[in-house]
Design a protein around this ligand. Structure first.
Ligand SMILES: C[S@@+](CC[C@H](N)C(=O)[O-])C[C@H]1O[C@@H](n2cnc3c(N)ncnc32)[C@H](O)[C@@H]1O
Length: 231
């Protein structure tokens, strides 16, 4: 597998509107386990989200753009609740197939809505924190800058876009590690395609330039694009 260049052409099976709905629902459901294992939100919660919620006070609003099955925002809400922090949590996704899976989570304080970033921006919505997980690599060269601009416009505090960093080691480890979780889902095919589509740090920094954006490496194989609307 040649991972020297991003593969912008490869498409994920879950992005096909005609894909098998049962496999898609199982995939969205099992993202919960995959995200828990690889996405590094525990550290991002401790270093970024929790301090921001403490500063914002009881009325904080948090938005997860492209929430898919809703596990990331549900987990953040549970951690915050355990820390005695109160916020209003909203997950949105334009794909109607994601919403039933997300809504089944039934996490107190978390709601889900079918919408994309441009719709919320046009409505004038504002949040203290706007975040996403595994959305950037999905987007094409036109949609990514628009999505990033929407996320900055939607935030009065901070933006956190988390994604995979492309590497041969990530590809090899995922190919082996996903084996027990993959049956009955798109996780193997789509995860490997995601790594082929994902950025290296310098590539993402070129798409999301300073001073509004800083691209950081977090836990291994992860990138975190941190946006500051007022920069
Ligand atoms: C791979 S899924 C990630 C799902 C979830 N965040 C996770 O980590 O499991 C990417 C999601 O981004 C959504 N998406 C694409 N463009 C979007 C936009 N402009 N605004 C909000 N969501 C978007 C897609 O519908 C898709 O569900």
């Amino acid at each position: 597998m040649n991972l020297r260049e991003r593969d912008r052409e490869v498409r994920e099976l879950m992005d096909d509107p005609a894909c098998d709905p049962h496999l898609l629902a199982a995939t969205l459901q099992r993202f919960d386990t995959v995200n828990r294992l690889i996405s590094g939100w525990g550290r991002v919660y401790r270093t970024e989200v929790r301090p921001l919620l403490r500063r914002a006070g009881r009325s904080a609003r948090v938005l997860d753009l492209g929430c898919g099955g809703g596990d990331v925002i549900a987990r953040l809400a549970r951690w915050a609740h355990a820390d005695g922090l109160h916020a209003e949590w909203l997950g949105v996704d334009p794909d109607p197939r994601a919403l039933p899976v997300a809504r089944r989570r039934n996490t107190p304080g978390v709601s889900f809505r079918q919408a994309d970033s441009a719709t919320l921006r046009a409505e004038g919505e504002r949040f203290d924190l706007v975040l996403s997980n595994h959305v950037l690599h999905h987007l094409d060269d036109t949609d990514l800058p628009a999505f990033a601009a929407d996320s900055l416009a939607l935030s009065r505090g901070m933006v956190l876009h988390a994604d995979i960093e492309r590497s041969h080691l990530a590809y090899a480890l995922y190919a082996v590690g996903i084996t027990p979780l993959a049956p009955g889902t798109f996780l193997r095919t789509d995860g490997l395609r995601s790594i082929r589509r994902s950025f290296r740090a310098g590539e993402l920094a070129a798409v999301l330039p300073g001073p509004a954006w800083a691209v950081r490496r977090g836990v291994p194989f992860r990138l975190l694009a941190v946006g500051h609307p007022d920069a």
